[in-house]
Write a protein that binds this ligand. Structure first.
Ligand code: ADP
Length: 420
């Protein structure tokens, strides 16, 4: 195995797995920390998906180190720590603490930190992250339910959550190509830096960064920066074969969409899908009052499954989300909605659903947990960063797990129409 990856959430893991698969690596995604005796799948890259983005930093470090140890014992020699392309984190972490712990465990001096992914509008210039035309702090991410991002300067953001000094490889250096980038990283290492934010505003920059860090024991970033690694390894004779698009074959059966993301893109997708799908709104504010609403939703799913695709959503606008969080606390509100949607998904699959789309990273993690799906084969891409996948264990399902802000407005119908 060439590469062992640790992702801090499930949709992010899929996004990375897709990137590697598209670039010609045989890639398997494992959901959750594998048991010590779990069989090692045959692959060039294994991506372990944790749900560690918003948990306590010490716990995130423990899980990440356990994943590192499993990947090491499975034969990986290079490692990738994957987080969101919008750098979703807080001043407590968990990007800085996990990256530093992995560096320590690998006895490595320095790693890059590069969430840029120009194909999805995430560009980094002078250390500042843009989402489309907006600074991160002006984008809808400023109102994210769990990790509101209100500072666009990632050197500052990462420094607040790190022990060691954080630096920047600026645009001019990246523009000058792989040698210049590698030189800047060597200088940074001599200067005692541990984590280096790297500017990137184009795919060429990502490929050059990949070439510059191909020999590094640890790379941290979004899936974008993984773009350049397979090509660099192929050039070095470490990876054989060309890139080949693989498609999954979806099992036949009813479809359901579960939306727990409150991101702007998902809310637009829900609004568009309501015209075309049989839909049910889960009122998050009523969930704390008891299980009645969830049981009603499950009964509704059992009754309607098998006709037009179903849509069950809790997605709400920022004011509504804030009101509930003020009442219950951020984590309790999130957890309540996640377990309600997971229960709905479980009910749908028990009732025969075979094609399941989930919107929201945390929501996807909760749904996969309830469905007991651990391993995913990566299939055809629906929209940038989101493939169809097929469960390799648990119930036989086609699954599309979408990070909240990903996908075009017609994502749900487009995804279902792609399957035969
Ligand atoms: P994204 O990928 O957009 O970040 P996530 O699923 O990761 O989406 O996060 C959204 C969080 O918001 C989840 O914890 C979810 O349970 C919670 N949530 C969903 N609907 C509501 C709502 N109406 N009010 C408050 N929180 C909500």
């Amino acid at each position: 195995m060439l590469l062992g990856c640790i992702a801090d959430d499930l949709t992010g893991a899929t996004d990375l797995a897709l990137m590697l698969a598209r670039e010609g690596m045989r890639t398997v995604q494992v959901n959750g920390l594998p048991d010590a005796e779990a069989p090692v799948p045959e692959a060039d890259a294994i991506v372990v998906a944790l749900k560690s983005r918003t948990i306590d930093p010490a716990q995130a470090v423990d899980w990440s180190l356990a994943a590192l140890n499993w990947l090491r014992s499975a034969g990986a020699e290079r490692f990738f720590f994957k987080y969101c392309s919008t750098f979703d984190s807080s001043d407590r972490g968990n990007i800085g603490p996990v990256a530093e712990a992995l560096l320590d465990a690998l006895d490595a001096p320095l790693a890059i930190a590069c969430p840029a992914f120009p194909a999805t509008g995430r560009t980094l210039y002078r250390g500042h992250l843009f989402v489309g035309d907006q600074l991160l702090s002006d984008s809808p991410l400023r109102d994210h339910p769990l990790t509101p991002m209100r500072d666009s300067n990632l050197v500052r953001v990462l420094q607040r959550q790190s022990r060691g000094p954080v630096g920047l490889v600026p645009y001019e250096t990246v523009e000058a190509g792989p040698e210049a980038i590698a030189g800047a990283l060597r200088d940074a290492e001599k200067g005692g830096r541990r984590l280096m934010i790297v500017d990137a505003i184009s795919e060429r920059h990502l490929r050059d960064i990949g070439a510059a860090v191909a020999a590094a024991p640890l790379v941290t970033g979004g899936s974008g920066v993984a773009l350049g690694l397979p090509a660099a390894w192929r050039a070095a004779g470490l990876l054989e074969g060309a890139a080949e698009a693989t498609a999954i074959e979806a099992p036949q059966g009813p479809a359901i969409v579960i939306a727990g993301s409150c991101s702007a893109a998902t809310r637009a997708q829900v609004a568009a899908a309501k015209a075309r799908m049989t839909h049910l709104h889960l009122d998050a504010a009523r969930l704390a009052g008891g299980a009645e609403q969830v049981e009603q939703a499950c009964a509704w799913v059992r009754e309607h499954l098998g006709g037009a695709p179903l849509l069950v959503y809790s997605s709400a606008d920022p004011a509504e989300v804030e009101a509930l969080q003020a009442k219950l606390g951020r984590e309790k509100a999130g957890g309540l909605v996640e377990s309600a949607l997971a229960r709905v998904a479980e009910t749908a699959v028990a009732a025969g659903a075979r094609r399941v789309i989930v919107a929201g990273g945390e929501t996807s993690g909760a749904v996969m947990g309830a469905l007991r799906v651990r391993q995913l084969a990566i299939g055809q891409e629906i929209d940038p960063g989101v493939p169809w996948t097929r469960a390799l264990d648990g119930p036989d399902l086609a699954l599309a797990l979408k990070s909240g802000n990903f996908g075009g407005e017609d994502f749900f119908t487009k995804a279902l129409e792609m399957l035969t």
